[in-house]
Design a protein around this ligand. Sequence first.
Ligand code: SF4
Length: 246
Amino acid sequence: MSISATARDAATVGDATALEARARRLAMQFSASGARDILTTAIRQEFPGKIALVSSFGAESAALLHLVAEIDPATPVIFLDTEKHFAQTLSYRKKLARQLGLTNIQDIHPDTEEIAARDPDGDLWKRDADACCTLRKVVPLKGALNGFDAWITGRKQFHGGGRVNLPAFEASGEHIKVNPLIRWAPSDVEDYVAAHDLPPHPLVEQGYPSIGCWPCTHPAAADDDVRAGRWRGAAKTECGIHTSAI
Ligand code: SF4
């Protein structure tokens, strides 16, 4: 595939109009490309040294982490440690990092003073889940992405909701988001994991098809949407890192 180099973009990242144009150009250029092509171009050619993967080390995370590790194991991997993760997620994060040889995982915590001021008892999720996600995910991610031009997500069109029309590249705030797995179906994830003998998240066998913080994640029935167990019973479907301009 011929690559349009970053150098041809006259404007710098940070200029909203130029960012939108760059994202649109890349989305069109890679509209029929596979995940590995998209990732290789993003990591090595479009945003070298300026791109991070943001991973929850959840149920579907292993495939994307493996793809990134094969391209460059030193790619920064941002893990938002909300301090509300299942213990199984924290142990899985360590196991996968070791197995895949990822050398630059960055555990990002919420600000201690902000937690003391806004969520001293750790139960903000019960009263205002949006505020809790902002405090523990959105604000920390904004800080962690300072200095990066782009970040990689594992979102897929089959997740539904606002994800059904996702492009491979999109402008968001001062960054470009790279979504290499948009066209993957559940069977593609399963096939990739099996082909590369990747370990499953330990909660998958307990009926959790999508895994976030323990207070807001529940098992789902086999015929439920994959994200049905997230914020069960609430209108909320996203934590905010993909609906804010980050
Ligand atoms: S998912 Fe739940 S516990 Fe985690 S940050 Fe959001 S509201 Fe808080």
